[in-house]
Design a protein around this ligand. Structure first.
Ligand SMILES: [Zn+2]
Ligand SMILES: [Zn+2]
Length: 147
């Protein structure tokens, strides 16, 4: 297993942005292989934003109103609990009508709609995985340290 997350290069700075804390700040990840925690943040308080490096080009999303949380989980399929990709379906199949793809969930053993002709990405699967799957939060670096 590869637990290293590549370093994200510093996001571009907007020199015309004069707001306090507009310059991106580098953050430590919470545990090895953490794909959820943003490596770069900017601003503070309720307007604090995290940088999504899964987007090309990267994208700033607000942390306090769950925009970042929602985006990482349901757009990229990265669990905020495990910090890793949601577990993919054990098997996939076409629905009887042929208009959607279904996946077999390892957790509840049910067939779940992954995508339809209208919703082509895996949003529906991610939403199910978030509600259904049980993930264990990895130990953070801080707790690993012995004093
Ligand atoms: Zn993104
Ligand atoms: Zn399930």
């Amino acid at each position: 297993m590869n637990d290293t997350v590549p370093e994200t290069p510093e996001p571009p700075v907007d020199p015309s942005d004069t707001r306090l804390d507009a310059k991106p700040r580098n953050q430590k990840l919470k545990y090895p292989g953490d794909m959820y925690t943003p490596q770069w943040v900017r601003y503070s308080g309720h307007i604090k934003e995290g940088y999504c490096d899964n987007c090309k080009p990267g994208k700033w999303l607000q942390l306090k109103n769950s925009a970042y949380w929602y985006h990482k989980q349901f757009f990229h399929g990265i669990s905020s609990v495990s910090g890793k990709m949601f577990v993919p379906p054990v098997e996939t199949r076409k629905s009887d009508a042929g208009d959607c793809t279904e996946g077999l969930c390892h957790q509840c053993r049910q067939w779940v709609t992954i995508s339809t002709t209208k919703k082509k990405n895996s949003f529906l699967w991610f939403r199910h995985a978030h509600k259904c799957h049980v993930y264990i939060k990895p130990k953070s670096y801080v707790h690993n340290k012995r004093r």
